[in-house]
Design a protein around this ligand. Sequence first.
Ligand SMILES: NC(=O)c1ccc[n+]([C@@H]2O[C@H](COP(=O)([O-])OP(=O)(O)OC[C@H]3O[C@@H](n4cnc5c(N)ncnc54)[C@H](O)[C@@H]3O)[C@@H](O)[C@H]2O)c1
Length: 299
Amino acid sequence: MNLEDRVAVVTGGASGLGFAVAQRLAAQGATVIITDIDQAAGSQASKQLDATFVAHDVADETSWQNLCQVVRQKFGPLNVLVNNAGVVAKAEAADPEHQSLAEWHRLFAVNSDGVFLGCKTAIGAMREAGGGAIINVSSVAALLATPFGTAYGATKAVVAHLTRTVAQYCAREKLDVRCNSIHPGDIRTPLWDQWATGLATERGVTFEAIVAEFEGMIPTGRMTTPEDIAASVAFLASDEARQINGAQIVVDGGFVSCNTYALTTSGGPLDPHRSFPASDGVSLVHPPSGDTSGKEPAR
Ligand SMILES: NC(=O)c1ccc[n+]([C@@H]2O[C@H](COP(=O)([O-])OP(=O)(O)OC[C@H]3O[C@@H](n4cnc5c(N)ncnc54)[C@H](O)[C@@H]3O)[C@@H](O)[C@H]2O)c1
């Protein structure tokens, strides 16, 4: 997959998944610009990758206009945009009865407004470039509702729907711009590890037990890695994916397609409080009913 002569922007590229995506695109020849709200981490990451860093808040339209100008002036028209930056809700009170409006708005500002503004900016820039590829990072949480990911799941469902709208609009405008969403399962990133550490403390089990629990729910028996996602993003950015448009690409080891929740709960309704069958010697017991903290994976 040759990405030479492509100018690619990866938002939230300072850490985790965005960093791995930037690394992969650069390895395949693209000129990569990483952006992030965390300037210190962004500068550090850009040195490691030999990429350019631009400080950027995806939730701010002016920030997108500035970014676009810098990219245009320094590198030329934009060919690839990966809308990756995202945040998760605090584990406490993430159910629909207790989710705070402030937290709901915070997540929507970054996860949904940020992707909307990215698509809006990129369509204009890619019109000038004569085509391009937009890859929006959604989540399996957009496809599987749970009672404890109220705001996060909703923001990611917006991304999936917006992706199809953008794909349709670009087709109607006869722009050679493809737009796809990618739906990762649980990935070991600093974000996920931090969340899992909190969950382990809450349950009084080890971090490794939490990892084993999640691995036990994934049909391939292993968690998704940032590199798994990076490989799919690179493919979607390349001409080899030229017929893939408006699609939802799920990269989760079969968690969604094999309906793991249904399997692990003997086909019963999804109930976060019920006991899961033990796997690898780990007792997969969720906190008792009424405890609303820390049940939602950071995906
Ligand atoms: N880790 C998982 O299990 C998982 C699963 C599914 C989807 N995702 C999604 O993947 C994406 C990356 O997640 P990650 O796990 O690598 O998280 P991460 O926290 O490691 O990286 C996210 C990056 O986004 C940046 N960011 C946050 N707000 C920003 C803003 N307003 N403007 C610009 N940058 C901002 C952060 O500084 C950080 O560097 C997110 O959209 C997340 O929802 C993650």
